[in-house]
Write a protein that binds this ligand. Sequence first.
Ligand SMILES: Cc1ncc(C[n+]2csc(CCOP(=O)(O)OP(=O)(O)O)c2C)c(N)n1
Length: 572
Amino acid sequence: MSAAPALRPTGPRLAGHLLIEALIAQGVDTAFGVPGESYLAVLDGFHEHRDKIRFIACRQEGGAAFMAEAQGKLTGRPGICFVTRGPGATNASIGLHTAFQDSTPMILFIGQVASDQHDREAFQEVDYRQMFGPGTLGFAKWVGEVQDADRLPEYIARAFHTALQGRPGPVVLVLPEDMLTQMSSAPVLPRVEPAQAYPSPAALSALSERLMAAERPLVIAGGGGWTAESCSALQAFAEAWQLPVGCAFRFQDLFDNRHRLYAGDVGIGINPLLAKRISAADLILAVGPRLGEMTTGGYTLLQAPRPAQQLVHIHAGAEELGRVYTADLMINASMSCAAQALASMAPPAECAWSDWSQQAHADYECNLVPQPVSPLDMAEVVKALSRLMPDGTVFTNGAGNYSGWLHRFHQYPGLQHFGRTQLAPTSGAMGYGVPAAVAASLLEPERWVVNIAGDGDFLMTGQELATATGYGAKRLISVVVDNGTYGTIRMHQEREYPGRVSGSDLFNPDFVLLAQAHGWAAQRVDHTEDFEPALKAALLAGKPTLLHLRLSTDVSTSRTTLSAIRKSALGQ
Ligand SMILES: Cc1ncc(C[n+]2csc(CCOP(=O)(O)OP(=O)(O)O)c2C)c(N)n1
């Protein structure tokens, strides 16, 4: 924890400058955004303090907000995004929604019309409290509007507290243009360290009793607020109690996938054996996930609102406990405190479920064996990436069936080793992977970053290739899996309306030329054996590289093809 700076009286300066000083006091050194005339005074603040903080100008607010979300995931502190009113804010909303569903701390600053124009539907005016909530479920934990420059430090401190405490998430701060040009002598406030909630001794002994009495327990780890220390503590707890650990959808990097107690990821395309195991478990210990639709198999693996299994739910947000599931035991605790407390619980001399735990990992290993498919085998592609990329490489993706190969075959190393290495949206937002990768690469230039994107997914935010080039990203690779279709939707169509393809075909540009036009290296890959040399060349390129993989449209997932789905839907 860094020492709080002394609060010195300060001479008057522009509120836009004060805002930047307040961010610097919170430890912010990078912000993402698209400029707008509504917050020129803030942009001037970035200029004033350019030796301490940088503003990454992105090509679309959706990309900027995704980058800030990725920053929140990577650093554990709120990612920072600045956008202009109406059009900027509406574009940015996808990043806010993603931060909300992922429980990622983030602050979105929106320039707003001047106070004397307020409520006239002035140019680009939107009411952000109506738009983003918190009553509008799914966007923001809190929306604040700063009317008085002297109170900017208070609002910014509150935004950090709100984003970080309880269930982490996004906050919106609205900045009327005339407020930003007021002069203020207000001192900035010290760096916010979030308050922590501890599990009570009574709750821990109740948990211990339930565990001791269990025969087939299983841990599901997930949610926001994890640190290297808490992930180490979780692993120590799992080892002491010999518990199998699954990771919630898109939180696969919380537990070392190579560990003998790792049971697999509990999300889309779940290993059928793991799904069976969850159903057969007699005690589910959910540490951190909010148990959303993707983690519960559409609320079936864990029947909502009252699962067949005993459920112990530990969550940092009191409001999450009992929101969907009536658990047998609910514990409100921050992940760091919860994990430390779990690690300190005295384990039994012998665990009755050792075989069950071993089998859970054996099932996971079985699932790593791919079924052979087409000339370009995505399982082999992912395995080559896992083998050849340096330790600690960050992998990003958006939404689409292509991500299934990454989730199934890549083994994430566990957060305590390299911090977060999976940047992927629980919200299933297409377009997330490219900006998240650009952000990761700019924030940690020494680390390698690999984005895997579908052809549909990639072009939603592909313009951020220019941001990567402009700001000097180097150790960055984007693998575009081009199957000429919005494949996930095509899969659903073949199942529900077999043979009636509608609205899911894609007409693609030449991705190699597109990347080269952005100053990237690029190569096309049509066969499995060509991937490894192309990847090795990318590692030596000295600049970002796009690898364009052409996959047969028929290859739908790591388990099946479109023609098989269609046949089965037609009863053939
Ligand atoms: C922003 C957004 N729009 C639409 C969707 C619905 N959707 C989910 S997956 C998908 C298709 C993805 O296509 P592609 O990136 O080509 O990957 P594939 O499924 O073919 O592997 C669509 C349209 C979404 N999740 N997000």
